[in-house]
Ligand binder design. Structure first.
Ligand SMILES: [Zn+2]
Length: 300
């Protein structure tokens, strides 16, 4: 997608148009119910404004901290304005490539690449940690085949367990799709044990009403539709880049879908900002260690 820096950046930059405005947004997001000392949990503090980055000193133990600690922005040398623009562009329906980002915000390719990976890591990690909770449906589905077209071999088909929370009207809200790696290409689906393992790992069972659909002909249709849409969206990418990274693509797909659920534009930005503040930056060495295959390059 072509990015027109002049117009697409407008909504975010009109609101966060200065370093100070960005910093205040991060402070508000970090301590949404007020300051809490990371060392002693005291809730009173004084704000030291003499520094470049505002510091908050605990009223009890005198520990000093900033709103950037424990976020993807910690130790950044870049202006927050550039980060906020990167977040905005990350939210474009097709995302943005590192090379395009580097041009739009005026940083090197390497910096843009790192920024995108940090944002993506935060979003994926946040989503992975958050259990499905509430009214939850779980399907034993097949990913990568068209059920209306009978085919003998489905080399790309893989058994998946898909789970979602639903809105009042029954539409999938937060979705998780997990492959069952040893059941690929042979048409076999996840069994009840594998469904139970998914529910144990990804659903907050204490606070949820879980309904599971183990039978192929009686799946929860709206959730099945999401799995089909994911396949439609990703098939060219993963067939080109390899099944090995399919789980990573699926995770990215469901996170993007979640960020783009109907709602105020602002909600989407606040959600992403919340993710970036809640998850510490991935260390550079770990990021590099992951990179030999450039996962998600197509979506970058
Ligand atoms: Zn303290």
């Amino acid at each position: 997608m072509e990015v027109n820096a002049g117009t697409e950046l407008q909504p975010f930059s009109s609101r966060y148009n200065s370093e100070q405005a960005c910093m205040e947004a991060l402070i508000a997001m970090k301590w949404r119910s007020g300051f809490v000392c990371p060392r002693c949990a005291h809730t009173r503090c004084s704000r030291l404004t003499s520094r470049h980055i505002p510091l908050f000193e605990c009223g009890k133990c005198k520990y000093q901290t900033s709103a950037l600690v424990g976020t993807i922005f910690e130790r950044t040398h870049l202006p927050l304005l550039k980060w906020f623009k990167a977040l905005e562009l990350f939210l474009l329906p097709d995302g943005i490539s590192a090379i395009r980002l580097s041009k739009v915000i005026g940083v090197t390719y390497k910096t843009a690449w790192l920024m995108l990976h940090k944002i993506r890591h935060a979003a994926l990690e946040f989503d992975a940690r958050e259990l499905l909770c509430g009214d939850v449906k779980v399907n034993s589905d097949l990913y990568g085949c068209n059920p209306s077209r009978f085919q003998f071999s489905q080399p790309y088909a893989s058994a998946v367990v898909a789970g979602c929370t639903v809105t009042e009207s029954g539409e999938p809200e937060q979705v998780k799709i997990r492959m069952v790696p040893h059941k690929r290409g042979d048409g076999k689906r996840a069994n009840r044990l594998e469904l139970a393992a998914f529910i144990n790992g990804h659903v907050d069972v204490r606070t949820s009403a879980v309904e599971s659909f183990p039978l192929a002909y009686r799946l929860y249709a709206p959730l099945r539709k999401v799995v089909r849409e994911a396949w439609e969206s990703l098939k060219s990418t993963y067939i080109a880049l390899g099944l090995k990274h399919l789980q990573a693509y699926l995770n990215e797909y469901t996170v993007r879908r979640r960020l783009h659920l109907p709602g105020a534009e602002d909600t989407m930005r606040q959600k992403l900002l919340h993710m970036c503040v809640a998850i510490p930056a991935i260390p550079y060495r770990r990021l590099i260690a992951r990179q030999p295959n450039q996962p998600l390059a197509a979506a970058a």
